[in-house]
Write a protein that binds this ligand. Structure first.
Ligand code: NAI
Ligand code: 15L
Length: 266
């Protein structure tokens, strides 16, 4: 194993449950955290922490002795601002402060395609395109990416911000034929984000080798990520199930899909 100790936040979530067993081959100790219960440990290599991202003292303790962290914890969809503020803005700040104070070398940050969700599906963007968040959730992920850049420039903490597309067992609708990230490709990408020798702050779209492409990862070639899966074998089944979309509805032509019209919640 390359690492002494890796930390995975958000370990009880959809992607956390996928990565949890897969991280054992990269580290002697895998520390897992969430607000949700993570028990039972699946072996002596696992360390379980029930920690709220809002709790700065608990976060400092969580990061002690950690070599690198994969930060998946937080709100993962559009929600009222106060929830986003606490989990994704205060939470990611507490994470980076704990990382800095404990001398952790690298962060893999689960950003989102919703940082650029208001670009159109008929354009191809690269990671230097200005953010166009499609909601407060996307704004909070843009904040996390900016914080990552600041902690690199100011303190030398390295981050790979992965703008994850849609990571599910299979693509669920026509949009996901372009945005799908298989779980095996997710693992490949996280492994490169952890192991690439020099990353500074690198932003990359987390997507499989799908035929329909909206995102160009040329500025992240130094990570050495090569996707091996493709959504195309699911096309027929997905299109047969697809509910027809109103072409005037931004959800049908924006890259962020239905996120572009989520909320407000009052
Ligand atoms: P999820 O919602 O299933 O998991 C998030 C986890 O974070 C949950 O287990 C939750 O209990 C925990 N959490 C939430 N608030 C917390 C707090 N205040 N303190 C501590 N823990 C807290 O989300 P999923 O799908 O597993 O995504 C993981 C990460 O990847 C999220 O940051 C999400 O925004 C990001 N992402 C996921 C995508 C996907 O396709 N699954 C796409 C784009 C981004
Ligand atoms: C996200 O950021 C969400 O966390 C996830 O649940 C999916 O909806 C995904 O984006 C997507 O865009 O499909």
């Amino acid at each position: 194993a390359t690492f002494g100790r890796l930390l995975l936040t958000g370990a009880a979530g959809g992607l956390g449950q996928q990565l949890r067993p897969r991280l054992a081959k990269y580290a002697r100790h895998v520390r897992l955290s969430d607000i949700a219960d993570l028990a039972p440990a699946s072996g002596p290599h696992e360390e379980l922490f029930q920690t709220r991202l809002e709790d700065s003292q608990a976060m400092l303790a969580l990061l002690e002795g950690v070599d690198a962290v994969i930060h998946l914890g937080g709100i993962s969809v559009e929600r009222p601002f106060d929830e986003i503020l606490q989990a994704n803005i205060v939470g990611v700040y507490n994470l980076y402060e704990a990382v800095r104070r404990q001398g952790v070398r690298r962060v893999v940050f689960a950003s989102s395609n919703h940082v650029t969700g208001f670009y159109r599906q008929d354009e191809v963007i690269d990671t230097k395109a200005p953010p166009r968040p499609d909601g407060l959730y996307g704004v909070s992920k843009a904040f996390g990416e900016n914080l990552a850049q600041f902690y690199y420039d100011r303190y030398g903490v390295e981050t790979v911000s992965i703008r994850i597309g849609s990571s599910f067992p299979v693509p669920r609708d026509a949009r996901m034929l372009a945005t799908w990230l298989s779980y095996d490709d997710l693992e490949r990408l996280v492994a490169r984000a952890l192991l690439a020798p020099v990353v500074g702050h690198t932003v990359i779209y987390g997507v499989s080798a799908n035929t329909v492409k909206w995102w160009d990862n040329r500025h992240a070639a130094h990570l050495g990520y090569v996707a091996q899966d493709c959504s195309e074998p699911f096309r027929e089944e997905v299109m047969a199930q697809q509910v027809p979309l109103d072409p005037q509805d931004p959800a049908s032509y924006a890259q962020g899909g239905a996120f572009v019209r989520a909320g407000p919640f009052e």
